[in-house]
Structures are given as C-alpha cells and as structure tokens.
Design a protein around this ligand. Structure first.
Ligand SMILES: *[C@@H]1O[C@H](CO)[C@@H](O)[C@H](O)[C@H]1NC(C)=O
Ligand SMILES: *[C@@H]1O[C@H](CO)[C@@H](O)[C@H](O)[C@H]1NC(C)=O
Length: 371
C-alpha cells in the first residue's frame, strides 16, 4: 500500500454523484483513516495534554505559510540547511533513574528515549538534533552541573558493569539559571540506527552537581556519601530530538497556486469553486494545531459541447463530449476534476504526542479541467 500517492480523500469529488448523499459513521471513519494513513498516523491522535509548540516550529510554520504564496521549494528546510518536508519534535520518553548511579555516587541519571518508529519507512532522515534544556525554578540547588551524555549500546544485565554497555558522546558543564540553558548535539547517524526494530537503547544523561560557591544553600561536596537530599532539587530537564525527514513521494515540484482568490461568478461551467474547510467541522481541532482551516476549493460544473480550450480538456474528453452530444443517454459528459493542486503546511500532534510540522501535498485545488 502506498497511501502517500493517493489523492487526499477530502478532495475526491465524484463526477456524477455530487448530488446529496451522506456517509454513514463507518464510511466517515474509513475516509478519516485514509487521510490519517497518508500522514503516517496509525489512528486519530488524541493528544494527552497540550504540549507546548516549540517557538522555532511556530516560526517555521509561519514562514512556510508565507512561502506558499510564492514559488518556493517546500522540500528544503532552510533553518537547518537540509532536505526535508517533515519536521518533528520527538519527545523524550525516558525515565529518571532515581537511585544514584553505580559509576558515579554523586550523580543523578536520566534515561533519554526517542521513539523513532514514528517515522514511516519511506522517509529519509536528513537530520536529528538533540536539544536538552536545563533550568531552575527554585533558587536552592547547585548553580552548575557537569553533564555527561552516553549512548547505550546494549541493555545492561542486572549486576553487570553498566559502563561496559555505554559510550560517552558529550561531556560539558552547564550553568543553571532561571532561563533555560540548552545543549545541542547532532545525532543523525545514531538516530538512523534507532529506526531499526529492537536497536534503540536510548541515551543516558549523567548529572553531577557542581558547587561553585561554598556559601550556597546547597551543601555539595564531592565524595560526600550521604549527600544531596533533601537539598538537592532536580533541575528541569526537557529533551527533544528535532528530526527532519523527507518523504520523497510528497515532494513533487509545484508552481504557485493561482486560485487563492477565486472570483465568485455564477456559472454552470466547470471551474474551481471556493470551499473553506474548517478542521473543527470534521472534529480535528484538538490534534491539528494550525491552521484551523484553509481554503481547499473544489471543482464543479458542466463540461458542455463544444469543449472550449479554457476547460483544459484532454483529447479523450473532447471526443467523449462529442460522443455525448450524439448520444446523451449512452455516454456521460466528462468530469470536472482538479488538474492542479497545491500543498499546505500543517502543524499537528502525532500518535505519540510529538509536535510535527509537515508540508502536505495536494490539499488545495488550484485549477479544474474536464477529464
Ligand atoms: C513507538 O511508536 C510506535 C508507533 O507510534 C508504537 O507502535 C510503539 O509502541 C512505540 N514504542 C515505544 C517503546 O513507546
Ligand atoms: C485551465 O487552465 C488555465 C491555465 O492553464 C486556467 O487559467 C483555467 O482556469 C483552467 N480552467 C479551469 C476550468 O480551471
């Protein structure tokens, strides 16, 4: 199955079935599944909380919206300088390892786990950048941390030496402030290996509180074996993996959309008509973050004999019109259908509550023709 090259179900216009008929609940579900499947979603996302949309993603969304009005390449992410039409903030699902690390008595350990199965197999991963933000809400606690990041290369057996199953990726100290301090690192090859089933053991973050000021409330001394509690408050740690990928099936070249401002002229002849789709009307407002709706348009009208050039008919449609004019009951008129579609950008939550920005093909009818 290759749902990505099927026309989006929202735009399937039946030529002669336009007369009113409504879908049953079950039929509506199957239409919904078709659309969700082409976004790589296993079902309708039900976002748990309203996870904040990273401001960088908002900026990219607004920019791509304004880019769509111009003729531009939506398959390059200029912010990162890589090819791609999908940008995900894959959220960390790792847990805090509460006890002290066996390799470092005074350290705190946190697992980082990014589920890379949210990428469809067809997608080419261009970039995976780890971003970890540290900050304080409370004043007490250490003002600096020594941060070590390890990749876990295999599951640790109980009792085995944990240091044998990991490799150091990064080690640096971080000053803690009320404003977040971030650490970023390119993890593209590692994240690519995590896409293979059973190969993702995640990362391990080791935090060693550093006391720079002896007067500080927090009485940390290296080697203190009865240490940190209750004075040690964990800093807030937010980790995400920014994954930029390219779905090559959804990256056809495309021209400027021309039907943004369709004239409202009454006519029976085939042409694009204005249709605003409000995602609230289809009940998707909780998982689609933006836009709230968009001008999708549709094709409607007759393809009368003689088919004029402006109706963009194929040779076949011209002949069909001719035959229809001779035998109106035996042969129908050609259909008025979309012949040029353009993409929109969508910002949404996926099934794992990740925030995704995606340029999604064939969402707007620009031009119609008789086929
Ligand atoms: C990872 O995501 C996939 C697809 O959403 C899901 O089927 C799987 O259960 C997830 N795995 C974990 C460990 O969360
Ligand atoms: C046919 O295509 C032309 C441009 O190629 C366009 O201006 C016109 O609106 C199209 N006709 C219909 C019915 O959409």
């Amino acid at each position: 199955m290759r749902p990505s090259i099927r026309p989006p179900p929202l735009l399937l216009a039946a030529c002669l079935l336009l007369s009113s008929f409504s879908l049953s609940l079950e039929e509506r579900r199957s239409q919904e599944e078709l659309f969700l499947g082409s976004l790589g979603l296993s079902g309708r996302p039900r976002p748990a909380g309203s996870r904040q949309v990273p401001s960088a993603l908002w900026r990219m969304f607004r920019r791509s919206e304004s880019q769509q009005a111009r003729d531009s390449d939506l398959c390059t992410v200029s912010e990162y300088g890589v090819r791609g039409n999908i940008i995900r903030y894959v959220q960390d699902q790792g847990r805090l390892v509460s006890g002290w690390s066996s390799s470092c008595q005074a350290c705190l350990e946190k697992q980082l786990y990014f589920n890379m199965s949210v990428l469809q197999p067809v997608e080419l991963l261009s970039l995976a950048q780890l971003e970890i933000k540290f900050h304080w809400k409370l004043l007490q606690g250490p003002r600096a941390l020594s941060v070590s990041l390890y990749k876990v290369i295999r599951a640790t057996l109980r009792g085995a030496d944990p240091t044998a199953s990991r490799r150091l990726l990064l080690s640096q100290s971080v000053r803690l402030q009320p404003e977040p301090t971030s650490v970023a690192m390119d993890l593209t090859p590692l994240a690519e290996s995590w896409r293979k089933p059973g190969r993702n053991y995640g990362l391990l973050l080791e935090l060693l509180p550093l006391s720079t000021d002896p007067e500080e409330l927090f009485p940390f001394h290296p080697g203190n074996s009865l240490p940190l509690e209750p004075a040690f408050h964990l800093p807030l740690i937010q980790a995400s993996l920014v994954a930029v990928s390219l779905n090559p099936h959804q990256c056809r070249s495309r021209q400027r959309r021309s039907a943004v401002h369709l004239p409202v002229t009454p006519s029976n002849v085939c042409k694009a008509r204005r249709l605003y789709i409000d995602f609230k009307d289809v009940g998707w407002q909780d998982w689609i973050i933006a836009p709230q709706g968009y001008m999708a348009n549709y094709c409607h009208g007759e393809c009368p004999f003689p088919l004029s050039e402006s109706l963009n008919g194929t040779n076949h449609a011209i002949l069909q019109t001719l035959v229809h004019s001779l035998d109106p009951h035996g042969t129908p008129q050609p259909c008025c259908v979309p012949i040029r579609l353009s993409p929109i950008s969508m910002l949404y939550y996926d099934n794992n509550d990740n925030v995704v920005l995606r340029h999604y093909q064939d969402m707007v009818v620009d031009e119609c023709g008789c086929r």
